[in-house]
Ligand binder design. Structure first.
Ligand code: SAM
Length: 267
């Protein structure tokens, strides 16, 4: 099962279970990267695996024309409900997406690329990103580190709690998420079993289950795959302050530039 097929039951609860992600601060980092590595502020930006559109909306608010691509219809429905009609959302797979033309930058946030599981899928995705970037365009993405798979996911279990906003005339509903991890270092695959409990108006809880899987990639593999797709790595950081990664880093933030032959420049 690919990552996008698994984002079904979780879609409605995704934002309330991830309140700690500060997309405004993350967008500040993205804009700082634009200022450092692009001659001009990009006009059109693709948010790849945009999910419920948190980064898509944040960048749209800052004046970028946004395209959001995600494989999950349920995640996109949440994004569309938040954004209205001003943003182009496309239900497409990261391994085969098609755009109408090129964009100045591609962002891909919150370990979405770790959902690419099969041999060669990362390079297929990177080749498409390269294809749809303007010459010199930027690709910004993050991935979970091997340390995070070993130490944070491992075979550990967690309980998350959130609150769904109240519907008109109703009350907010409490959500609990039981999250069981099984990381297999021999395959590099990590299975997540999620059990979601949604409070109903009569006080009972409705349960839905979802299974997801991520793949652990090493730094050298990611860098080699970028280079193989003519995406030149410009930096890898441990946070949005451009700190260098170390052995304690749980998330790597990559910045890469699309190198294209002279003949494609300005076309
Ligand atoms: C962890 S969520 C991140 C969503 C969003 N980027 C954010 O910052 O909240 C991962 C997203 O990747 C999407 N996804 C996973 N595999 C995909 C694929 N093969 N093609 C397109 N989207 C995919 C899922 O549907 C989900 O929305």
């Amino acid at each position: 099962m690919s990552g996008c097929e698994s984002y079904r039951a979780l879609a409605r609860f995704y934002d309330c279970l991830n309140p700690e992600v500060d997309y405004a601060a993350w967008a500040d980092f993205i804009e700082e990267c634009f200022a450092r590595w692009l001659p001009l502020r990009p006009e059109l930006v693709l948010d790849l695996a945009c999910g419920t559109g948190s980064m898509t909306l944040e960048l749209a608010r800052r004046g970028y024309d946004m395209i959001g691509v995600d494989g999950s219809a349920d995640m996109l429905a949440e994004a569309y409900a938040r954004a209205g009609s001003g943003i182009l959302f496309l239900q497409q797979d990261m391994r085969s997406f098609e755009l109408y033309g090129t964009v100045g930058a591609v962002v891909c946030c919150l370990d979405s690329l770790n959902y690419l599981l099969g041999e060669g899928e990362l390079s297929v995705c990177f080749a498409l990103v390269h294809n749809y970037l303007d010459p010199g365009g930027l690709f910004l993405f993050d991935m979970n580190t091997p340390r995070k798979f070993r130490e944070v996911y491992g075979c550990n279990d967690y309980i998350l709690e959130g609150e769904l906003p109240a519907p008109p005339g109703g009350s907010p509903a409490t959500i609990y998420c039981g999250w069981q991890n099984r990381f297999d270092p021999s395959t590099g695959l990590c299975d997540f079993d999620l059990s979601l409990f949604e409070e109903c108006p009569d006080g009972s809880y409705r349960r839905t289950d979802e299974h997801q899987r991520e793949r652990c990639y090493g730094m050298e593999e990611i860098l080699a795959t970028l280079r193989g797709a003519h995406l030149e790595p410009l930096g890898v950081f441990a946070d949005w302050r451009f700190s260098p990664p170390d052995s304690q880093t749980d998330r790597w933030y990559f910045v890469a530039r699309a190198n294209k032959p002279e003949s494609q420049k300005g076309s």
